[in-house]
Ligand binder design. Structure first.
Ligand SMILES: Nc1ncnc2c1ncn2[C@@H]1O[C@H](COP(=O)(O)OP(=O)(O)OP(=O)(O)O)[C@@H](O)[C@H]1O
Ligand SMILES: [Mg+2]
Length: 430
């Protein structure tokens, strides 16, 4: 039985009414030595630490689990969470693997530690490297790891006393800038990575989100809720953001409205076509990306016409800037729903902002097997000009035709949104 199944059974037997979220199940079932969880505020990060600490203590008699928080107050609060979960589990009774887990017994208990009947201990500590060094732990959890002062000192205290002895280490946090141990661990590759976004925590209501949006500045919102390590230089689409929108499973269009974007090759001899579907809940799902490289004008037109016949798109947004004009004109004579889009600075900026906003709200899905698009998105930059303005562009020497093709398809889909949908930013083609 998976740990998540056991956890859910216990929560059920204790009649807590809590159903574990998918991310919580993935986290519980990952038995890597190093795990890291990047989360929005309030999603249940401390709760999952408390629950897992108890379950691991039950399953491994005589074990020691350390919970480390950045402040005294936080460590007390985390320990209270452990006791709340314990209180529920004490009422539960469950048999599994020949064992009966009934009324978890506590043999001793103080404000910051408790010992179970099977001699397992859970200790909650504030940020104090010296105290940490005094323990030999089987498992260490660092809650809000991004908030730790002197975090590298904590790291050098934790690693030898835990991992050096065959123990496991878990870091949980909202991001706090491109700095420190948490950021290093997140980007370093040694940790098994998990995320928990507010959209994956149903207990957070839309009223609560609305209130947060009003109280937080835009930058705070990005950091606290949208997983952004803020000072990431000039990236328009931070990699983490893109990864959230990647979908591994193959996707066939169903019977939802289809929108197509066509970026006509300027810099290199290629045209990129992107088709996406708008699902009933407003989610945009990219299902077709095609590059026509070194293909003559007539063939391009034929390919697009054939695609349009197969997919019956609501609209096809075609870049009509410069070299795109003849293709647009000829497509608009033969196909319905063709719109010419002239890229202006403002329009481009609005399109990029729209894609960002969709990504942050997890309202767009990009197929994992679109490496060209993903790479171009990653490379996209926000550049401040000498006159104090802002330009969005691909770095020197790189192309942005996949991004523009996506932007055209997204623009076409958003343009047709009526009110009452979740998408806020709609613009008109000039
Ligand atoms: N699967 C779930 N279903 C319903 N409620 C849950 C679930 N998981 C956690 N919660 C609840 O969510 C609330 C917030 O949990 P918790 O404090 O652990 O979140 P957090 O991510 O640590 O928050 P913070 O960012 O403030 O530290 C708690 O009331 C907790 O009981
Ligand atoms: Mg917490």
């Amino acid at each position: 039985m998976r740990r998540s199944t056991l956890a859910q059974l216990l929560l059920g037997a204790a009649e807590t009414g809590i159903r574990l979220y998918e991310w919580q199940r993935r986290w519980l079932d990952d038995d890597s030595t190093f795990r890291i969880l990047l989360k929005s505020r309030g999603v249940g990060g401390s709760f999952i630490i408390a629950l897992e600490a108890l379950i691991e203590s039950l399953l491994n008699p005589g074990s020691l689990t350390l919970l480390i928080s950045y402040s005294q107050r936080q460590s007390l609060e985390l320990f209270r969470k452990v006791k709340t979960v314990l209180g529920a589990l004490e009422r539960a009774s469950l048999s599994w693997g020949g064992e009966v887990y009934r009324s978890v017994k506590v043999s001793s208990e103080s404000k910051t530690q408790l010992e179970l009947g099977n001699a397992s201990r859970i200790v909650s500590l504030p940020n104090n490297p010296d105290a940490i060094r005094g323990y030999r732990a089987d498992s260490v959890y660092i809650d809000e790891a991004g908030m730790f002062r002197d975090d590298f000192e904590v790291k050098s205290a934790v690693i030898p006393s835990t991992v050096g002895r065959g123990g496991r280490l878990s870091l949980v946090s909202t991001p706090k800038g491109r700095r420190g141990w948490f950021y290093e661990a997140w980007t370093g590759g040694a940790f098994s990575r998990h995320t928990a976004h507010y959209s994956e925590a149903r207990h957070i209501t839309s009223e609560e989100l609305e209130r947060l949006r009003k109280t937080l500045t835009e930058l705070e919102w990005l950091q606290e809720m949208e997983h952004e390590f803020l000072d990431e230089a000039n990236a328009v689409f931070p990699y983490e953001l893109i990864l959230q929108c990647i979908s591994e499973d193959a996707y066939e269009p169903a019977s939802h409205p289809v929108f197509i974007g066509v970026d006509v090759g300027r810099l290199r001899d290629s045209t990129v076509i992107t088709a996406l579907e708008r699902l009933d809940d407003g989610l945009l799902r990219v299902f077709h990306i095609q590059e026509l490289r070194g293909v003559d004008f007539q063939t391009q037109e034929n390919v697009i016409a054939e695609l349009a016949r197969a997919l019956r798109p609501v609209s096809i947004a075609v870049d009509k800037t410069g070299i795109g004009l003849p293709l647009y004109e000829s497509l608009s004579r033969t196909l319905p729903g063709v719109e010419g889009v002239a890229f202006t600075h403002n329009l481009k900026e609005a399109m990029i902002a729209a894609i960002q906003s969709l990504m942050r709200g997890r309202r767009i899905r990009i197929p994992a097997d679109a490496p060209e698009l993903i790479n171009q998105l990653r490379a996209y930059q926000r550049v401040e000009t000498q006159t104090g303005g802002v330009r969005y562009e691909a770095p020197r020497g790189q192309h942005d035709d996949y991004v523009m093709s996506l932007a055209l398809a997204v623009g076409a889909a958003l343009k047709r949104l009526t009110t009452g949908t979740a998408v806020k930013r709609v613009w008109n083609w000039p």
